[in-house]
Ligand binder design. Structure first.
Ligand SMILES: NC(=O)c1ccc[n+]([C@@H]2O[C@H](COP(=O)([O-])OP(=O)(O)OC[C@H]3O[C@@H](n4cnc5c(N)ncnc54)[C@H](O)[C@@H]3O)[C@@H](O)[C@H]2O)c1
Length: 382
């Protein structure tokens, strides 16, 4: 298949590009380096330097003999995107190209505006380019479990049947986000659902939880220049990745408030597997298919305890410290999401075992000297 990966330089995008390329698909990757530029400007660079996209593609060709095509440009630029579509003629598009950080989206007016404009304009342009250039193509869009918030009822997989005054209908599950970033994801879903109804587009919306890990394939294990970015800062790092770095740095694990916040998590390898399953089993024309893309749920305290135990075993001076919660969120709540759809398609999860954590520690320990302590916590409040 011809696979167009938008945001293919990112934490999830690059491993996805390698996976599809390895399977023999024709892959084109688009990115405007927004993530790299924001990290540089805010002094929150990843744990180790990552070669730029052109260099990564060259390395990949050297190691595997496979070609990945690249275009550096902005999905918010419609002319550019139309050119990409004309050239690539995709069978499937994987859309990662968004500003993905909740704290960044709450930082100040400029950051909030960038998040809103970038995420919505990109999705809007992609939908239009599909209609104009590739109406049969399947869009796989990354959403987030954060769209649902933490309601006091079970979270269904995208849709809910409701009975009201004796009549029944099916609706998108109610959504109530906890940051502007998550709100843009809700707005994306609404845009997609609108255009699916109007134009019969084929869309899968993947409600993903926070991703952890670094191990993606044998090639990257052997040549670590092929690894994805690994951020450990408060703006762009995800919680488990951050805790492992904090443990290695001897920085107390930053549990926000009571630590009872429960979320669904997944291994980076499973993100790639889920996206592959969605591409291999496309949505129909006129269908917005939603999957809850997580493999298990944990409270923040449970994650901290796991990292504490494995970190101690490895000889680190790990401490857990509850700090005042900089976010507006429930610290103890009901959380029971359904996540059977991807397993029904064949997902075999890589769960968060001690062995997986040991693997994360091994890589982080190699780069211990590069950890900059004042990147770990910046106190972005909302
Ligand atoms: N990482 C997670 O834990 C997680 C969890 C849930 C959902 N998601 C979603 O998955 C997607 C990918 O996340 P990630 O962690 O890989 O983030 P990332 O920032 O590492 O990757 C996104 C990539 O898209 C690029 N990009 C952003 N705007 C662009 C634009 N207008 N044009 C071209 N390229 C653009 C960025 O430069 C970056 O390389 C995002 O949509 C994110 O919201 C991620």
């Amino acid at each position: 298949m011809k696979i167009l990966i938008l945001g293919g330089d990112g934490y999830l995008g690059w491993p996805t590009a390698m996976a599809f390329s390895k399977k023999g698909h024709e892959v084109m990757v688009v990115d405007n380096y927004l993530r790299r530029n924001l990290c540089r400007d805010l002094d929150v660079e990843p744990l180790f330097p990552v070669p730029n996209l052109l260099e990564r593609v060259r390395l990949w060709r050297e190691v595997t003999g496979h070609e990945i095509h690249t275009r550096i440009g902005d999905c918010c630029n419609y002319q550019f995107l139309m050119e990409v579509f004309r050239e690539c003629r995709p069978d499937a598009i994987i859309h990662y190209a968004e500003q993905p950080s909740a704290p960044y989206s709450m930082l100040n007016h400029g950051a909030a505006e960038l998040t809103l404009m970038n995420n919505l304009r990109g999705t809007f342009n992609i939908v239009w380019a599909m209609r104009e250039q590739a109406p049969d193509c399947h869009l796989v869009k990354l959403g987030t479990m954060g769209e649902y918030g933490t309601p006091n009822i079970d979270i269904e997989e995208g849709w809910i049947e409701m009975e009201h005054k004796g009549r029944r209908d099916r609706f998108l599950f109610p959504r109530q986000a906890g940051s502007l970033y998550h709100t843009t994801k809700i707005q994306d879903t609404d845009l997609l659902w609108f255009y699916v109804r109007m134009w019969g587009l084929r869309v899968s919306d993947l409600m993903q939880g926070p991703v952890y890990g670094l191990s993606v394939n044998d090639e990257a294990d052997l040549d670590q220049r092929l690894l994805p970015f690994f951020n450990y800062d408060e703006l762009f790092g995800t919680v488990l990745n951050r805790f492992v770095v904090q443990a290695v740095a001897g920085y107390p694990l930053t549990v926000y408030g009571k630590g009872g916040q429960t979320r669904g998590y997944l291994n980076l390898r499973d993100t790639v597997a889920c996206v592959e399953l969605a591409v291999d089993n496309p949505a129909d024309h006129g269908e917005l298919r939603v999957f809850n893309q997580i493999t298990e749920t944990f409270t923040v305290n449970e994650l901290a305890d796991k990292v504490f135990r494995v970190g101690k075993e490895r000889g680190h001076a790990v401490e857990i410290k509850s700090i005042e919660n900089p976010r507006k969120e429930k610290e103890e709540h009901y959380y029971n999401p359904v996540y059977t759809g991807l397993k029904d398609l064949g997902l075999t999860p890589n769960y968060l075992t001690d062995e997986v954590l040991q693997g994360m520690f091994e890589i982080v320990e190699k780069h211990k000297d590069r950890i900059v302590r004042n990147r770990i916590f910046r106190g972005v409040k909302w």
